[in-house]
Write a protein that binds this ligand. Structure first.
Ligand SMILES: NC(=O)c1ccc[n+]([C@@H]2O[C@H](COP(=O)([O-])OP(=O)(O)OC[C@H]3O[C@@H](n4cnc5c(N)ncnc54)[C@H](O)[C@@H]3O)[C@@H](O)[C@H]2O)c1
Ligand SMILES: [Zn+2]
Ligand SMILES: [Zn+2]
Length: 391
């Protein structure tokens, strides 16, 4: 089969590789009909997530048809059309039973690498996301093996297009969780850093969860336009202001947003001494992440406010404004998305038309286009806001 493989920093290749097979009797094989590139894939593309190996098959946003079924699978049969959540979860461990699927204790066979690197317990395995996240092959391929198939994939009713549901695999539930962890109260003002695909769904989710105002922050006109015109946020081009934190305060009666969501992650862009120092330190591996957005969320939040970090971070950061966090009595939450937990409700909401699922797709391509698609989505060229590929 054909599959998108990682070859090194900023080097992707579409290769012919062996077809996947059932390994455990709880697996299914999915024939992929649509797959997307995620902002998280860019952290692999730029090699900020370690333990990548040449030839690794990427991709964790995918859907398709079940074409082979392990003996122990009870919920799925050949011919079912499914969307697959990006975290791999057993459904039986303590964490899974608490709905904390992204922390599954049984799906990451390489947990000890994470434990050594982070000095703490590992989360779930993830499709196509490095060896420290389990070394699983991803969904940017013609076929993918899906373990724990009774727990993850959700069946899609007939008559719904791939594009209407593909983002249930990741970015929709991720945006939803970002808003939920902000504990939005009716009437709150929510600020969202980053108007990429995750920010796009975080904004829509924030309104559905009761926000009165959402202020969205980015610098690319096409992303700000989606946030403003489709998601109905007030937008700030942060290149047009010298003091974003001050501007946010002015826009909120001097208090700052009640909830600040970081949908940017470890590759934040920024100006000034701190941002430059982050860039140098990250390149030298003295600091793992560039936390411009994290710092600003904490500085901008109203006293007693909440900070929800959904952008991915991989390690240790400098100049964390702990004083502001403590002094203002903030609450902070983060984490990979527990996709499985939200899928039944979110599928119903998608079918009811609660979300705009497709306006963010700027490029519809084939798997063979992956190398240039990665480059374009990474560099934000050609107005690229989201790439969907078909094998
Ligand atoms: N926690 C999870 O489960 C989960 C799931 C999916 C994605 N993610 C993460 O969410 C983040 C965003 O993903 P995406 O697909 O939207 O990526 P993306 O790269 O398309 O979007 C990131 C956006 O942030 C903007 N940005 C950069 N620096 C900024 C700054 N200083 N202030 C404001 N905006 C800034 C960029 O211009 C870009 O539009 C990534 O870190 C990704 O890994 C997390
Ligand atoms: Zn993702
Ligand atoms: Zn589990």
């Amino acid at each position: 089969m054909r599959a998108v493989t990682w070859q090194g920093t900023r080097e992707m290749r579409v290769d012919s590789v062996p077809d996947p097979e059932i390994v455990n009797q709880g697996d299914v094989i999915v024939k992929v009909s649509a797959t997307a590139i995620c902002g998280s894939d860019l952290h692999l593309y730029n090699h900020y997530v370690t333990t990548m190996q040449k030839g690794d098959i990427l991709g964790h946003e995918f859907m398709g048809e079940v074409v082979d079924v392990g003996r122990n699978v009870t919920r799925l049969k050949k011919g079912d059309r499914v969307v697959v959540p990006f975290p791999i979860a057993c459904g039986k461990c303590w964490y899974c039973s608490e709905g904390f699927f992204s922390a599954c204790d049984n799906s990451n066979p390489n947990a000890e690498i994470v434990e050594a690197l982070y000095g703490s317990s590992a989360g779930a395995g993830i499709f196509g996301y490095s060896h420290m996240y389990g070394g699983y092959s991803g969904g940017q391929a013609e076929y993918t093996r899906v373990p724990f198939a009774d727990v993850g994939p959700i069946k899609i009713p007939d008559g719904v297009s791939d594009e209407e549901v593909l983002f249930l695999s990741d970015i929709l539930p991720t945006g939803w969780q970002a808003a939920l962890r902000g504990e939005i109260k009716p009437g709150d003002t929510v600020a969202v850093w980053g108007c990429g695909p995750v920010g796009y769904f975080a904004i829509q989710s924030a309104y559905l969860q009761g926000a009165a105002r959402v202020i969205a922050i980015d610098r690319f006109p096409e992303r700000l336009a989606l946030a403003r015109d489709v998601c109905k946020a007030e937008v700030i081009d942060y290149e047009q202001t010298d003091d974003l934190v001050e501007l946010l305060k002015q826009m909120t009666g001097g208090r700052g947003p009640d909830v600040c969501i970081d949908a940017v992650g470890l590759e934040a862009h920024g100006h000034g001494f701190l941002a430059k120092s982050d860039r140098v330190k990250q390149a030298l591996r003295l600091e793992m992440d560039r936390p411009t957005a994290v710092r600003q969320t904490i500085q901008a939040a109203a006293k007693g406010g909440r900070v929800s970090i959904i952008g991915v971070y991989g390690g240790l950061i400098d100049k964390f404004p702990l004083g502001a966090f403590f002094g203002k009595g903030l609450k902070m939450a983060g984490g990979q998305c527990d996709v499985q937990k939200f899928l039944p409700e979110l599928l119903q909401r998608v079918l009811a038309g609660d979300f705009d699922m497709t306006s963010l797709i700027s490029h519809r391509l084939t798997l063979e286009d992956a190398p240039s698609a990665y480059e374009m989505f990474c560099d934000k060229t050609d107005g690229c806001t989201k790439v969907v590929m078909r094998p």
